[in-house]
Design a protein around this ligand. Structure first.
Ligand code: DAK
Length: 261
């Protein structure tokens, strides 16, 4: 692939957007390759993904302004759909995705990070939705996901003013879960991913689905979704083993890896 790298480290997959000369801006090829990489992940083995950007300056500096500048309305719509489809694929991907934000996360860059389950960033990270300064609205879900993640008032302020914020402010408003020195970011993302990967995979997947699906409906409907996904864990080998391990009073025993079945 030209602009997207994939590395599998045991049960973790690391996707790197690799277009550093353009600060990893998202053009159509990047979006197509991201789509392809996600389709190729071996879900029998991989239990958590990390998404990051190449280099130490930028995670993703947005959609490619050069490519967008001459789009017709119809082409703009098609570009928006291509992005939205990939972002939605990430958001609903069966396993968790951690965004390791290593610098600029502007426009489509902030939006792709918000399609991930968890965001952590480096101290030099910068977030923003600068679209109104370019004469457009956020087009890859920014108006929707930012309002849900932080608060409608804060999302409106950031989007209407097109103001960039630094890592400490992103942390304060809850856009990221943690801030690390640049050189520690990937190791911290891998540590978190390994922590997720060691838990029962069917249960983790069902938690993701319950949280995501539940947020789109009323509390009554959400609790039914949770009940079904909770019930779905029973009779799995992982549930039987996890509970039997707890009930076994032998203090010498060592927990075996969950089998994903
Ligand atoms: N697109 C294309 N190239 C970009 C880019 C981008 N978003 N961001 C940076 N680059 C390129 C620069 O043009 C430059 O290329 P060369 O001149 O070297 O060839 C190279 O990356 C290095 O950038 P700078 O020289 O500008 O680096 P600085 O350190 O001076 O500045 C910066 C870094 C991040 C502050 C600056 O590059 C910047 O402001 N970049 C643009 C940030 C931005 O506005 N991002 C939001 C883009 S709008 C939609 C779908 C999606 C979207 C909208 C609608 N639909 C169709 C529904 C999404 C929109 C966006 O994401």
């Amino acid at each position: 692939m030209e602009f997207v790298l994939f590395e599998q480290k045991n049960q973790i997959g690391i996707i790197t957007i690799n277009r550093p000369k353009a600060l990893n801006a998202l053009n159509s090829t990047v979006l197509d390759e991201l789509n392809e990489v996600l389709d190729s992940v071996d879900l029998d083995v991989v239990r958590c993904l990390i998404l990051t950007g190449a280099g130490e300056k930028s995670f993703v500096a947005g959609a490619d302004i050069g490519e967008m500048s001459n789009l017709t309305k119809a082409e703009g719509e098609a570009f928006g759909k291509k992005g939205n489809d990939v972002f939605r694929k990430l958001e609903t991907f069966p396993i968790p995705v951690i965004a390791a934000i290593n610098g600029f996360a502007l426009g489509g860059g902030c939006e792709i990070s918000m399609s991930c389950d968890i965001r952590i960033c480096s101290e030099n990270a910068v977030f923003g939705q600068p679209e109104v300064g370019l004469g457009i609205t956020p087009g890859f879900g920014g108006t929707q996901r930012l309002a849900r993640l932080v608060s409608p008032g804060m999302a409106k302020q950031l989007i209407y003013t097109a103001r960039n914020i630094k890592a400490d402010e992103a942390y304060r408003i809850g856009l990221v879960n943690a801030v690390y020195p640049q050189e520690e970011l990937l190791a911290q993302a891998e540590k978190m991913a390994n922590g997720i990967a060691k838990n029962a995979p069917i249960a983790v997947r069902n938690c993701k689905k319950a949280i995501n699906d539940g947020l789109d409906v009323t509390m009554d409907e959400a609790l039914v979704i949770e009940e079904k996904l909770f019930g779905d864990c029973f009779e799995t080998e992982d549930q039987k083993y996890g509970m039997a391990f707890f009930l076994d009073k032998n203090k010498e025993k060592v927990k075996e890896p969950f089998k994903n079945c």
